[in-house]
Ligand binder design. Structure first.
Ligand SMILES: Nc1ncnc2c1ncn2[C@@H]1O[C@H](COP(=O)(O)OP(=O)(O)O)[C@@H](O)[C@H]1O
Ligand SMILES: N[C@@H](CCC(=O)OP(=O)(O)O)C(=O)O
Length: 377
């Protein structure tokens, strides 16, 4: 089996995918939201949902939709005007998705994030638990940048990076970047008509950055932010595909393993990549000493860590920080992102989860470290 075939095959087995739809595509090159096209992507996502594939959407288009609503012909360069346009346009964007998903009896949730939200440990965990809950409830999160509170992202128009960070956050199997070109070409096809499509590659191949230019008048990041996004997505083992959102049934065909667009593979197998990514995330802020029973279930069953199995808590960590878990002899067992700060963890150590609310007056989560946020070493 060829190396290329491996990447495409992995797509047909994907269970959780992040789909990012770019501005250029969504807005029919500036003529307002392309309602019919949005309806077609929604139909495909609904069909994937029927097959129990979880889809999280990252959708641009707020600025472009706002410009049309405000009657602006040219994308403003002043950041405060871009922010105003995004705030006006985001309403229309949300409405449009909501109406189309409602045709399929599906609910959507508007989620506005900044890159900082995903690098700040506490907010990272908050975003993760909210998104996980939505996905578990079969609601489709529709994510965009929170344009009112950012300046860099809105200036560079880069939702590709946001798509990759969401793929990392949710440990998605694949990131689909839908755009107005068939994929990544060996030169910008807008300027080089005989440019050739790159069908497959490694996300970390340095030659890709060299061919990836910047974008058109509406979407701004171009292919360079897409290649960078593929590198970021690869850190947690996700495959990235850059493909044309205008291809009929693009998502269903990609999920069937069809050779469309440009597929960029991670270097490492997903599980190894995810664990390495998590382990390399953060500075360690504290240590939990586990009793023999907890060590056993972490190692043998891949369970979450419950407070009842913790005998000692060291350090001054906060919710979302990385802590190490050691056995009673001090040998390293695991690393993970902790759901409670050190003070709360000290109160909870040795106690069963059903006591958490009585002890603290609230319950953030039933486990001290969720198994998805835990790497057993
Ligand atoms: N090597 C390349 N291959 C394909 N497209 C390229 C390349 N270099 C630059 N581009 C440009 O990138 C644009 C897509 O990026 P962008 O406008 O940011 O879209 P989106 O809003 O979908 O993120 C294309 O329309 C194309 O002009
Ligand atoms: N968040 C903004 C800008 C995002 C944007 O244009 O990104 P992209 O589609 O990646 O070029 C919006 O919704 O208009």
């Amino acid at each position: 089996m060829s190396e290329q075939a491996l990447g495409r095959e992995a797509l047909s087995g994907a269970r959780r995918v992040v789909v990012k739809i770019g501005s250029a595509l969504l807005t029919n090159d500036g003529r307002g939201l392309d309602d019919a096209a949005i309806g077609r992507w929604v139909d495909q996502i609904a069909a994937l949902h029927q097959r129990d594939i979880e889809v999280v959407l990252v959708s641009s288009g707020a600025v472009a939709a706002g410009m049309v609503r405000l009657g602006w012909q040219v994308r403003p360069s002043a950041v405060h005007e871009l922010q105003a346009a995004a705030a006006v346009g985001q309403n229309g964007l949300t409405q449009c998705y909501e109406q189309h998903f409602a045709r399929h009896g599906m609910l959507t949730a508007q989620v506005l994030l900044t890159h900082d939200d995903l690098s700040n440990r506490k907010r990272y965990l908050n975003a993760l638990s909210a998104l996980r809950t939505l996905v578990e409830m079969r609601v489709v999160p529709v994510i965009n940048e929170n344009d009112t509170v950012v300046t860099d992202e809105i200036r560079f128009g880069d939702n590709d990076t946001l798509g990759a960070l969401v793929a990392n956050l949710l440990e998605a199997d694949a990131l689909f970047l839908l755009t107005d070109q068939e994929g990544l070409f060996d030169a910008d096809p807008r300027h080089t008509p005989d440019a050739k499509l790159i069908t497959d590659g490694h996300a970390d191949d340095p030659r890709l950055a060299a061919v990836a230019g910047t974008g058109g008048a509406l979407g701004r990041g171009g292919m360079s932010t897409k290649v960078r996004a593929a590198q970021l997505a690869a850190r947690s083992g996700a495959v990235t595909v850059i493909a044309s959102g205008r291809q009929p049934e693009v998502l269903t065909r990609l999920m069937a393993g069809e050779r469309l667009g440009t597929l960029l593979r991670p270097e490492q197998a997903p599980i190894a990549a995810r664990k390495r990514w998590l382990a390399g995330q953060l500075q360690v802020r504290g240590t939990l000493t586990l009793d023999a029973g907890a060590v056993k279930v972490l190692r043998d069953k891949g369970s979450s860590l419950l407070a009842v199995g913790v005998c000692e808590v060291q350090g001054g960590f906060r919710r979302g920080d990385m802590v190490t878990c050691v056995d009673e002899q001090g040998a390293l067992v695991a690393k993970g992102l902790v759901n409670y700060g050190a003070e709360e963890a000290r109160q909870l150590a040795g106690q069963p989860s059903h006591q958490i609310e009585a002890i603290l007056g609230y319950m953030e989560a039933p486990e001290l470290i969720h198994r998805d946020n835990l790497v057993v070493v």
